[in-house]
Each structure stands twice: as C-alpha cells, then as structure tokens.
Ligand binder design. Structure first.
Ligand SMILES: Nc1ncnc2c1ncn2[C@@H]1O[C@H](COP(=O)(O)OP(=O)(O)OP(=O)(O)O)[C@@H](O)[C@H]1O
Ligand SMILES: [Mg+2]
Length: 211
C-alpha cells in the first residue's frame, strides 16, 4: 500500500467543562470535511460527539468514531486528511498526554469570563511541556460564546495574552443555532441560511488555523 501523507490533527482541549469543545469539534470537523476527508474522534467517555452524530437522519460530511482504542489515525483504513479530536474536560489522562505528542494543533476554547481564565495556567504549562517533545505543535485560545460586546471581547483578548499562548482573532459568538444544530444531529453548515453566520465564523477560524 503506498504511503499516505499524515493527516492534519487538531484537538479541542480544556480541562474546564462546558467551554465548547464538543460544539467546536463537531462543527469544525464538518467544515473541514468540505475541504477533504475528515474523521472526528470522540475521546470523551461522556460520548457527546457520538450522541450528537446519532441524533440526525441526514448523513454527516465527516466520519465520527470513538477512541477505543486510540486510533492510529495515520494508518486509518480510509484516507483521512483531517482528524479532529473532541477531548474530555481533563488534561492529565494518559490518553490526552499521548495525543499531545502527535498533534499538529490544539485549540483551547474559553468562555468570555475571568473565572474561566484563572483555571488556564495549568493547561498552558502542559502545552509548553508538550511542545518540547513535539516541536511542531501549535496551540491557541479561541473565545467561544462571545456576546456582541466589543469592549468585553477586547478585554478578554488582553487578559488571554498574559498566558503567553496566542489568541485567535476570530471569536465564536453565542448563537442559538449551535444548540439547535446539536438537537437535530447536524452541523451548522447543514442548516442553510439559518446557519450561515455561524458557518462563516467557523470558516474564518479554519483559515487562521491552516494558514
Ligand atoms: N457558541 C455557542 N453558542 C451557543 N451555545 C453554545 C456555543 N458553544 C457551546 N454552546 C453550548 O454550551 C454547552 C456546552 O458546550 P459543549 O458541550 O460543546 O462544551 P464542552 O466543552 O464539550 O463540555 P464538556 O467539558 O462537558 O465536554 C452546550 O449546551 C452547547 O450547546
Ligand atoms: Mg464535550
């Protein structure tokens, strides 16, 4: 079998719960699948991404699978250009540490609240340690559930910069469509005009990651 190029691997990681890891993993995987074959791996024992995928009747643009055992993505049976990992709200597990050694990108969703930031130092240190074993690893914060208040978003960008981890310029707004898409087992891009604004911000996010 000819060698396939290694897939681009992106994980959504934050030990804080409810920051949008699954929401962004699911929707980013669907958006990446517009470009090339994509696998979404649910690393979380809660199985939220798998449940999300099981809700809808419509076929999804990406493959979705559980991570037991941790899939050797580069040798996946089907060609895979992008692997998106939905991580549990934990960062010290052996699975997450093993994953950090082979990822290209870690996206850390944070809510626009100082309380959510205070918990981030541990994660930033872990990512710095992971970079010494995986020098190609890139990581950034992304603000999720941003309100249309530019002063607050600017203050968040400023506060996040103190952690020494880049912050993506694109912010993900708080939008009901992200919740209704999950209810229907869909990604926002599958919802036509109703999902257009959310789809556009995810595209901007992908552009920042892949540039
Ligand atoms: N941008 C958004 N706009 C509106 N609702 C959102 C947005 N992002 C996430 N949510 C909602 O916030 C809640 C938490 O999101 P999600 O489950 O993606 O977080 P998580 O980090 O995966 O949580 P956990 O740590 O439990 O795995 C969900 O109800 C989700 O629908
Ligand atoms: Mg989750």
């Amino acid at each position: 079998m000819p060698d396939r190029p290694a897939p681009f691997q992106l994980a959504l990681l934050n030990h804080k719960g409810g920051t949008g890891k699954t929401t962004l993993a699911f929707n980013l995987a669907a958006a990446l699948a517009q470009r090339d074959s994509t696998l979404l791996v649910d690393l979380d024992a809660q199985g939220s991404a798998l449940q999300w995928a099981a809700q809808g009747g419509e076929p999804l643009p990406m493959r979705v699978q559980a991570a037991h055992p941790l899939p050797p993505a580069a040798d996946a049976a089907e060609p895979t250009a992008f692997v998106v990992w939905d991580c549990p709200p934990a960062i010290d597990s052996p699975q997450v540490l093993a994953l950090l050694a082979r990822l290209d990108w870690v996206l850390v969703p944070v809510l626009p609240s100082p309380v959510d930031l205070w918990a981030s130092w541990h994660l930033v240190r872990l990512l710095q340690q992971a970079s010494s074993g995986n020098p190609g690893l890139r990581a950034a914060f992304v603000i999720n559930q941003a309100e249309p208040d530019s002063a607050l978003t600017a203050a968040m960008h400023q506060a996040l910069r103190e952690f020494g981890l880049p912050v993506l310029t694109t912010v993900v707004r708080r939008r009901a469509i992200y919740r209704s898409a999950a209810l229907g087992g869909q990604a926002v891009q599958m919802l036509g005009r109703r999902g257009a604004a959310a789809t556009a911000e995810l595209e901007a996010l992908i552009e920042e990651i892949l540039k």
